[in-house]
Design a protein around this ligand. Structure first.
Ligand SMILES: Nc1ncnc2c1ncn2[C@@H]1O[C@H](COP(=O)(O)OP(=O)(O)OP(=O)(O)O)[C@@H](O)[C@H]1O
Ligand SMILES: [Mg+2]
Length: 232
């Protein structure tokens, strides 16, 4: 595994509820190395999605630093933030978030077009990705003509298409049946390994978490490393 890709130091985030403040992240540190996969477990409302939103610059922390590949994210402003996200991050969501008016191939091509890839390179990359997610004949279909598992495989292809430095997945199997979820995770893990990707994966499933190199838990604003087996 390579050098440190994500470096988070003393990250604090609180939200206002009327006149009161509630601390979601109470000064967390996290370091993730290139090629590493990290699973993040925690109760509903513990701040897992918030942490991903901070890493991708969608939310702004009150204090602390978030450095990714040497870029300090917490101080970047639009439009630099948009460019950074577009180039360096891939997202996978629980509800797939495909564009329903675009074909499967067009969905996968989106991040490439946004990053200025040529038409030829885009077509080649999309064709390869369709094969890798075992949907080679599905390029012309539309998302609503696919099963949930197939839609998530398209979303995975789209998320990794532009060779992001960091993949953020928020409960990628949360909307899938158990068996379909296992198949999707197997495919995701294989692609992550093949492409040497770094991934932070939020999940409620212990078996999904176990496929990662490291398991972290978020509880009462603090991040802890899980070592060995544990009851859940
Ligand atoms: N924009 C917002 N305004 C106010 N409160 C928010 C906002 N976003 C999140 N919260 C609150 O912050 C807390 C953390 O939310 P977050 O979505 O990060 O939790 P989570 O761990 O991802 O939960 P889940 O497992 O249910 O997805 C929750 O209590 C939530 O209600
Ligand atoms: Mg969440």
């Amino acid at each position: 595994m390579g050098q440190s890709l994500v470096d988070i130091q003393n990250l604090r985030y609180r939200i206002s509820e009327g006149t009161r403040h509630r601390e979601i992240l109470g000064g967390i540190d996290l370091s993730v190395r290139e090629g590493e996969s990290v699973a993040l477990l925690g109760r509903s409302g513990s701040g897992k999605s918030t942490l991903l939103n901070l890493i991708s610059g969608i939310d702004k922390p009150q204090s602390g630093s978030i450095s990714i590949d040497g870029h300090e994210i917490s101080t970047l402003r639009e439009p630099d933030l948009t460019l950074y996200r577009r180039k360096h991050i891939g997202f996978i969501y629980q509800l797939f978030h495909l564009v329903n008016t675009l074909s499967v191939a067009e969905n996968i091509a989106l991040p490439l077009e946004l990053n200025g890839w040529s038409r030829k390179d885009t077509e080649q990359r999309v064709a390869r990705l369709l094969k890798q997610v075992e949907l080679a004949d599905y390029g012309m279909r539309f998302p609503d003509q696919l099963s949930g598992g197939e839609q998530q495989r398209v979303a995975i292809a789209r998320a990794i298409a532009h060779h992001p430095s960091l993949l953020l997945a928020d409960e990628p199997t949360g909307n899938l049946d158990a068996q379909v979820g296992r198949d999707v995770m197997q495919m995701l893990n294989q692609l992550v390994r093949q492409e040497g990707l770094t991934i932070i994966l939020v999940t409620h499933s212990q078996s999904v978490a176990k496929s990662a190199h490291r398991i972290l838990t978020l509880e009462q604003g603090q991040l802890a490393e899980r070592v060995g087996d544990f009851a859940w």
